[in-house]
Design a binder for this molecule. Structure first.
Ligand SMILES: [Zn+2]
Ligand SMILES: [Zn+2]
Length: 382
């Protein structure tokens, strides 16, 4: 019987010659639980006393009656320990918070991989040593961070990686891979996006970007101020960042029409060797206001109805077409206003009414707008 117990639970050993006191650990799902078993002099199991560590107590609290029953019915200590292990396996399964802690090799492997990669690359690591943030610098000196979530079976199982990128972060992984491989692949991906970010960095640096408020490395859209209440929205292609992007001119008709005509007439001048900003200047025949020449406040005029600039994430992009008025409004505010007017009417997706400021005729197109944040949908139907 003794040799069987040693085989099944090598960490649980008798402490005295009479073999009435056993102490040590039982191992379930790669976790060790401290236990002490006190037997009466006649070794009768049903009178045995169990002293458990607090984790074991917690796990077994709902199984007390089963443990007692097994103590009564098990013919010897070996069979009881086996029964106890089965109960613990069931208990662990129903408690996802008691998930397994990685084996010691996991931590030594992690140290080896970090030593190979260089500790200077580590930005942070969580207290469980499972989530690492690694820094990487691209050839233009931009700083990036990749977040790596390691699996308990690392490196057999591939880690989950994420980063602030406009494209999916796909990593190839084999059981022989390491953090160094993640870093190398991340750097290669960064280099493939270098031109894309160069195009956007130039826009961010030399113009007033109205949207996004704080562009991240993943943002491909920029809404650039051209003049008070006139702006252009461009969607830059990550793979072909110098190509003519999807453009949308926004603002009062009298200001937007001449720009739209220029864009259409000069499109053939688009030069793939130049940046988007340079091309937009040439094609639209304008100079963009920049931080060097203008204050941003001159382009962020509040909505004439709610007197705020940002309404959730929307900015006032409905502009009165009368050149002497030119008051901007949020689409949502204006729609509420027009809907309340007895004189307003709606035809398909266009609402007609009067400007709240100058009482001139105002028409507003109701468009379905997918907000970037949270994909919120504005749908103004009747
Ligand atoms: Zn408003
Ligand atoms: Zn007006």
């Amino acid at each position: 019987m003794e040799s069987l117990l040693v085989k099944e639970s090598p960490l649980l050993l008798p402490l005295n010659k009479e073999k009435t006191v056993y102490d040590g650990f039982i191992t379930v799902q790669e976790r060790d639980f401290r236990i002490r078993i006190l037997l009466p002099p006649d070794h009768q199991l049903k009178l045995a006393k169990l002293h458990c560590c607090w984790q074991l107590k917690q796990l077994l609290c709902a199984y007390g009656h089963i443990v007692k029953q097994r103590l009564h019915h098990s013919p010897d200590l070996v069979s009881f320990v086996l029964e106890l292990k089965t109960i613990l396996e069931v208990a662990l399964k129903s408690r996802p918070d008691c998930r397994s802690i990685p084996p010691p090799q996991y931590y030594s492997q992690l140290i080896i991989e970090m030593e190979d990669l260089g500790w200077d690359k580590l930005v942070s690591i969580d207290t469980e040593f499972r989530t690492l943030r690694l820094r990487a610098e691209d050839s233009s000196g931009r700083q990036h961070v990749v977040t790596v979530k390691l699996k308990p079976k690392h490196p057999v199982e591939a880690p989950e990686c994420s980063a602030d990128l406009p494209v999916p972060l796909a990593m190839t992984w084999t059981p022989q891979s390491s953090l160094g491989h993640v870093h190398t692949q991340f750097l290669l991906l960064l280099e493939s996006l270098a031109e894309f970010w160069a195009v956007l960095d130039e826009i961010d640096e030399k113009t007033w970007v109205l949207e996004p408020e704080k562009p991240s490395r993943a943002d491909t859209m920029r809404r650039i101020a051209i003049a008070n209440n006139v702006s252009i929205k461009v969607e830059v292609d990550t793979r072909h960042p110098k190509m003519l992007p999807e453009c949308c001119l926004l603002g009062a008709e009298h200001a937007v029409t001449p720009l739209r005509n220029k864009l259409n007439a000069n499109m053939h001048l688009w030069n793939l060797d130049c940046s988007i900003l340079q091309n937009l200047r040439d094609v639209l025949e304008i100079e963009f206001p920049s931080p060097a020449t203008h204050e941003k406040s001159s382009f962020s005029v509040e909505c004439g109805i709610c007197y705020a600039y940002r309404l959730e994430s929307a900015i006032p992009d409905q502009v009165c077409n009368d050149p002497r008025c030119g008051q901007p409004f949020h689409q949502a505010c204006l729609y509420e206003w027009l809907r309340g007017l007895p004189s307003s009417r709606q035809s398909f997706n266009i609402v007609f009414g009067e400007c709240p400021y100058c009482s001139k005729q105002f028409s507003m197109e109701i468009r379905e707008e997918r907000e970037r944040e949270g994909e919120k949908e504005y749908n103004y139907g009747c």
